[in-house]
Design a binder for this molecule. Structure first.
Ligand SMILES: *Cc1c(COP(=O)(O)O)cnc(C)c1O
Length: 365
């Protein structure tokens, strides 16, 4: 079989999504299925929709366009602030976008008017993680301005934590988001349908039994694909953590000293190597490298240790095993390794499932 390849088990992804959709439904929260790590794969999108996610969210308009081309039919939200240069594409393909800048909303309004469409806006609020967001004190004014634009519908507010600075969603910041929603509705009439509390980092808070207040949507990507919460990367009970695996092929297998010889300068990537001397080892080279994935995010099978990687080679100490040339080794991936592998043209994507989740199958009665 072709290598390197990602093996994607759609039944496991469907199970993960359905489990989280069910748990959150008990808390009055719907799920936006985030497809950005999958390059807008229509099969994965189909599995998420079949599992009950209400909306698909992606950070790239290109992925949303790809899903439309593949006839995925679902409400689509662009979850990164649109570029001014892409506003026309955004109103054409996304029903809603996340926004923080009135200049962008103004241009979305003109583009939507021209396209004879209405574009939905979720205003993102800064609650401490210091990535995107309007400062809470500026929200009311931004809402007032947003409501004035033609062909624009303010559909909600949201926030994003646990990213840039790893700030945990908790009772305090979530209550602040709820209070902001209440205050906007009190001032402008009931306008906010969606209060989007965050990403996979919000699961611990959402499932803890805490008061969820006005929060009625979470945007989940990593937890569905990898089965882990993202504050401490612990497995989530009842979810598969091996829905996606990476397989690479051995191109060299030799007994070699663990210490390099000669005068040591920099590596190909400007690092200063400091290998420990462990005598002779079984050194194996796999045909996969930094152009294909993030080697630091690969988890090898027990007994195998990653020693380093160049653009095209992954060098491992294969311990007691001496895999033969042509053998395959399977790795688990973290999110960084997953997104890089998904977007590398050198890595094949092999999607396996017993159930048909294709967009066409969703249309059947
Ligand atoms: C990527 C992203 C998400 C999904 O995050 P996960 O940790 O993969 O669940 C949600 N919201 C925004 C704004 C994002 O950029």
């Amino acid at each position: 079989m072709t290598a390197p390849r990602l093996e994607i088990d759609l039944d496991k992804i469907h199970h993960n999504a359905r489990t989280l959709v069910g748990l959150l439904a008990n808390r009055g929260i719907s799920v936006t299925g985030v497809t950005k790590a999958t390059l807008g794969s229509p099969e994965i999108a189909g599995a998420l929709l079949r599992a009950g996610v209400t909306t698909l969210g992606d950070s790239r308009i290109e992925n949303i366009e790809a899903m439309h081309r593949a006839r995925v039919r679902a409400p689509m939200t662009l979850i990164r602030s649109p570029m001014l240069s892409q506003t026309k594409r955004v109103v054409t393909h996304a029903d809603v976008s996340f926004n923080t800048e009135l200049d962008v909303i103004s241009k979305l309004s003109s583009a939507a008017k021209e396209a004879k469409r209405t574009h939905g806006i979720v205003l993102m609020v800064e609650l401490g993680d210091l990535r995107e967001g309007i400062m809470p004190g500026d929200l009311e004014n931004t809402v007032r301005e947003t409501l004035r634009f033609p062909n624009i519908a303010l559909t909600g507010i949201g926030t994003n934590l646990a990213c840039q600075n790893g700030v945990s969603p908790d009772a305090k910041n979530m209550a602040e988001l709820s209070a902001l929603a209440d205050s906007i509705d009190a001032t402008f009439g009931p306008v906010l349908k969606v209060v989007s509390g965050g990403n996979s980092g919000n699961l611990q808070w959402a499932l803890s039994g805490a008061d969820t207040g006005r929060i009625n949507d979470l945007r989940l990507g990593e937890s569905i694909l990898l089965g882990r919460e993202t504050l401490h990367r612990q497995p989530i009970d009842g979810l598969h953590t091996d829905a996606i695996t990476l397989i690479a092929e051995v191109i060299e297998s030799k007994i070699k000293p663990s210490q390099p010889w000669g005068e040591i300068a920099q590596t190909a990537f400007g690092e200063k190597p400091s290998p420990t001397d462990r005598g002779d080892i079984s050194q194996t080279i796999l045909a996969i490298g930094r152009q294909d994935t993030d080697p630091d995010g690969l988890i090898p099978p027990p007994g195998i240790e990653i020693l380093g990687a160049s653009s095209d080679h992954l060098i491992v100490d294969s311990g007691r095993h001496s895999p033969s040339v042509g053998a395959e080794i399977m790795f688990q991936l973290n999110y960084s390794a997953l997104v890089r592998a998904m977007s590398s043209p050198f890595v094949a994507k092999v999607i396996e499932s017993r159930t048909d989740y294709s967009p066409a199958s969703l249309l059947r009665p």
